[in-house]
Design a protein around this ligand. Structure first.
Ligand SMILES: *[C@@H]1O[C@H](CO)[C@@H](O)[C@H](O)[C@H]1NC(C)=O
Ligand SMILES: *[C@@H]1O[C@H](CO)[C@@H](O)[C@H](O)[C@H]1NC(C)=O
Ligand SMILES: *[C@@H]1O[C@H](CO)[C@@H](O)[C@H](O)[C@H]1NC(C)=O
Ligand SMILES: *[C@@H]1O[C@H](CO)[C@@H](O)[C@H](O)[C@H]1NC(C)=O
Ligand SMILES: *[C@@H]1O[C@H](CO)[C@@H](O)[C@H](O)[C@H]1NC(C)=O
Length: 355
């Protein structure tokens, strides 16, 4: 694990987005597997400058993403993303990047949970020629959301900090799992958390959101340590991805549609979130080695990479005043770089395991 730690360190030191005019790993508008919400090119985003940057950690070379090599490493394997829609963003980026290297592209099958498995929020892509599947499981908090009604029939929502979200299907034996959770903890119902967090029978009248986050992560960590075979499964955790709403929040007119370039002045970056320090400390106490994809700062620069008004194909959505998306990312785009980091880390962990 020494190598991995060294890489993590290198990735977090002195780094920047550099101009790079080589082709993106897949062409804008070319991948049929993208959600509309991420498909900025098809939704009419006119500029492509946001595709001209490559992430360059200082004093450390990240190999270019090599889809063929990655597919060879994934042969016969199952990889699962578990988390929120930012992880979904990363999952689709990886599927589209790998698709480029598959000769017969109609031999990639999409299986949708709703139809095939009658479960909510499970999606799978099967790369038949590589006997490999890359799945997404929706679990925005990792712990269990709980909806019920009281005796008067009032709906109640609770978050069970002591229970991992019951998976709609088993993924603990996958070969690679990439978890994340972050953005939902900043939503209003969460941080105003009155009578929202529950642990055992105890419902907290008030609980600081960071404390709740820590409890949830500990629950997750315990579950991973006791359910995941660490000689079989590589575990990754995606860090907090930055948002860039200007002059308002997501629901109060915040916007980013005028952004065409990354931030270049470090003083404009937001401080490293306390939530991620909590994550680092929980991970460091685990028995299972977890590779942390530390993407907070790298995304912090990229105010130009969000779908903004190009989150839907409908032109009416582009009129000013409409809710903009300044949290997710256009694809191709920023999450392709997360997968480049993942690729580098996975190459190393392969090397680590076999040496
Ligand atoms: C992650 O990156 C942030 C900001 O660059 C840094 O402060 C933090 O120490 C990094 N964490 C790790 C585990 O390297
Ligand atoms: C496909 O991979 C699974 C493991 O994920 C393995 O059990 C199975 O034998 C493989 N099938 C073929 C045809 O290689
Ligand atoms: C590609 O795969 C599909 C589905 O398996 C098959 O019908 C088609 O013939 C293949 N095309 C080529 C060129 O091999
Ligand atoms: C854990 O995985 C290793 C390597 O695949 C395997 O040899 C071992 O039997 C597994 N242990 C359990 C308890 O399943
Ligand atoms: C960076 O921003 C800070 C504060 O906004 C400002 O004082 C400083 O002059 C800027 N530096 C450069 C190189 O533009």
């Amino acid at each position: 694990m020494m190598l991995l730690q060294a890489l993590a360190l290198a990735i977090s030191l002195m780094e920047s987005w550099v101009l790079d005019d080589s082709d993106p790993v897949y062409q804008p508008g070319s991948c049929p597997f993208l959600d509309d919400a991420f498909n900025c090119f098809n939704n009419g985003r006119p500029d492509l400058d946001y595709l001209r940057y490559r992430w360059k950690p200082h004093g450390c070379h990240i190999p270019r993403f090599d889809g063929r090599q990655m597919l060879r490493m994934l042969r016969g394997k199952r990889m699962v993303f578990v988390g929120d829609s930012l992880n979904r963003n990363m999952w689709q980026s990886l599927v589209c990047a790998l698709r480029e290297s598959v000769e017969n592209k109609s031999r990639i099958f999409q299986i949708e949970g709703r139809r095939e498995f009658r479960t909510r929020g499970f999606y799978s892509f099967n790369f038949v020629d590589y006997n490999c599947s890359i799945d997404f499981v929706k679990s925005p908090f990792l712990v269990q959301e709980w909806r019920s009604s009281d005796r008067r029939g009032n709906r109640r929502e609770r978050l069970r900090l002591d229970m991992i979200q019951t998976p709609s299907f088993n993924y603990h034996d996958a070969d690679i799992i990439i978890f994340n959770t972050g953005h939902w903890w900043t939503h209003q119902k969460t941080y105003k958390g009155k009578n929202y967090f529950q642990e055992g029978r105890r419902v907290y009248n008030r609980l600081e959101v960071n404390e709740a986050y820590q409890k949830a992560l500990r629950t997750w960590a315990k579950w991973v340590d006791s359910n995941i075979n660490r000689s079989h499964t590589r575990v990754f955790f995606g860090g907090y991805s930055a948002s860039h709403f200007r002059r308002g929040k997501w629901d109060s007119g915040g916007h980013c549609h005028e952004e065409r370039q990354p931030i270049t002045n470090d003083t404009q970056l937001k401080p490293y979130p306390l939530m991620m320090k909590i994550l680092e400390s929980v991970i460091s106490e685990m028995k299972t080695p977890v590779f942390y994809l530390n993407i907070t700062r790298m995304t912090g620069y990229r105010k130009d990479g969000h779908p903004s008004v190009y989150r839907k194909p409908d032109v009416h959505q582009r009129t000013p005043g409409i809710i903009q998306d300044c949290s997710h990312w256009c694809l191709p785009g920023v999450p392709d770089s997360w997968n480049e980091l993942f690729y580098a880390a996975y190459l190393l962990s392969h090397h680590d395991l076999s040496s």
